[in-house]
Design a protein around this ligand. Structure first.
Ligand code: FAD
Ligand code: DHB
Length: 395
């Protein structure tokens, strides 16, 4: 696929946000092109998130991209929290009648790409957007490098779904209204060729640092360890990783199953949010606009939630012109701040290294509080299984 000279909507980035947006626009008869700097194979090989909120799984179904998720995704009706000597299960089904689906982000991206190929949405791989011009006061022009050749695409609107450190960061340099928090911790994540030791996720607060047991299907365990942000992957032999994982996760009848480490990676914990998600005719969606630490499993879900709101703004823009874009940020922000708050709460409750004794105690009390009553557990379950989408894609 070659980039066109003109397209009404240019979407930068073939991650979950960009691909869902292109699909909704397509269903409304609005033409778009998705430009992705990486190759098709690279995009499908990137291991990332794995927890899909119920409203997001339902949305993927409605968009025609949910068949495999329904067949292969694992429906989880609860989660366990371990702290001190206690393991407490929060029952989503019983408290709020909801669930999450464990299904990898790569698979969601693969399903959306298959759908786009079937319906003929242009998705251009190996297409690096190098600059975006004129978006503040007129129709934007997007410069893109494909196979060493530069092309310029004229458009009515550009949507940056380009994740962190994408081209929007450069295009908006010095203009952004960013709020940030950097945590001095990272997660070391491994994918292991072994059956999960339990049917549901286990989040563990441990004096040596947080740990999480998750899964990808019946035969793969996904595990995470809290580590200092300065750590180097080379310092983590398989033996060291397993020792730490067993120390922080085994107990209460659970013993992790070991297996070959198939993948490993580091994710720094950080929060950031741009208080403006629209700059003239440039809209930001997903990680390009905001990032959360992974503890609440909200990054992927938020990115897809934004796509629904952006699609609505674009439809109204086509009827009413630029003034219709003015409400985009405020429409998206309630759900985004909900996710920021929940991710902050989960992160502070479970991570305690590098905090003073008072703060450590407070965080423990917070964990005790959220597991102390049916009401508190229902509140947590409601947020974990999915904040309502701000809008319906087909309304
Ligand atoms: P992305 O998925 O990042 O997609 C952006 C796309 O834009 C990329 O494909 C990129 O190649 C492309 N792009 C960038 N610049 C350009 C350019 N100039 N031209 C063309 N294309 C460009 N969230 C969780 O909830 N739980 C987790 O466990 C978790 N783990 C993570 C681990 C890692 C290593 C990372 C990076 C993220 C993780 N996240 C996790 C966050 C979650 O994956 C993101 O929130 C989600 O990917 C956001 O989707 P997006 O579509 O906004 O951006
Ligand atoms: C996974 C990632 C998360 O950030 C989380 O909170 C739960 C599960 C996962 O990759 O499976």
């Amino acid at each position: 696929v070659r980039p066109p000279a003109h397209c009404p909507v240019v979407i930068v980035g073939a991650g979950p946000a960009g691909l869902v947006l292109a699909r909704i626009l397509g269903l409304h008869g609005i033409e778009s092109v998705v430009l992705e700097r990486r190759s098709h194979d690279h995009v499908l090989a990137r291991a990332r998130a794995g927890i899909v909120e119920q409203p997001v799984a339902d949305l993927l179904d409605e968009l025609g991209a949910g068949d495999r998720l329904r067949r292969e995704g694992l429906v989880h009706e609860g989660v366990s929290f371990r702290f001190g000597e206690r393991t407490c299960r929060i029952d989503f089904a019983e408290t709020v009648g909801r669930h999450v689906v464990v299904y990898s982000q790569q698979d969601i991206v693969a399903d959306l790409l298959d759908l786009h190929a079937a319906v003929g949405t242009p998705v251009v791989f190996g297409a690096e957007v190098t600059s975006i011009d004129d978006f503040e006061d007129g129709p934007p022009r997007v410069r893109v490098l494909v196979d060493g050749h530069e092309a310029v695409i004229g458009c009515d609107l550009v949507v940056c779904a380009d994740g962190t450190h994408g081209v929007s960061e450069t295009a908006l340099q010095g203009r952004r209204a960013l709020l940030r928090r950097i945590y001095r911790r990272s997660w070391l994540g491994v994918l292991v060729d072994a059956a999960p030791a339990a049917d549901e996720l286990l989040y563990s607060r441990h004096r040596d640092g947080f740990a999480l047991m998750s899964m990808r299907g019946a035969h793969r365990t996904r595990l995470y360890l809290e580590v200092p942000a300065s750590t180097c992957l080379d310092d983590w032999s398989d033996d060291r990783i397993w020792t730490e994982l067993h120390r922080r996760l085994d107990g209460d009848g659970l013993v992790l199953n070991e297996g070959d480490v198939l993948e490993r990676g580091l994710t720094p914990l950080a929060s950031s949010i741009d208080q403006r998600m629209r700059y003239g005719r440039l809209l930001l969606v997903g990680d390009a606009a905001h990032v959360v630490p992974p503890t609440g499993a909200k990054g992927l879900n938020c990115a897809i939630g934004d796509a629904v709101v952006a699609a609505r703004a674009i439809r109204e823009f086509r009827c009413r012109g630029e003034e219709a874009l003015a409400t985009y940020t405020s429409m998206a922000s309630a759900r985004i701040w909900g996710a920021q708050r929940f991710s902050w709460q989960m992160t502070t409750m479970f991570h305690q290294v590098d905090t003073d004794p008072y703060e450590r105690e407070l965080r423990l009390r917070q964990l005790e509080h959220v597991t102390s009553s049916a009401e508190a557990m229902a509140d947590l379950a409601r947020q974990y299984t999915g904040l309502d989408l701000a809008d319906r894609w087909d309304a």
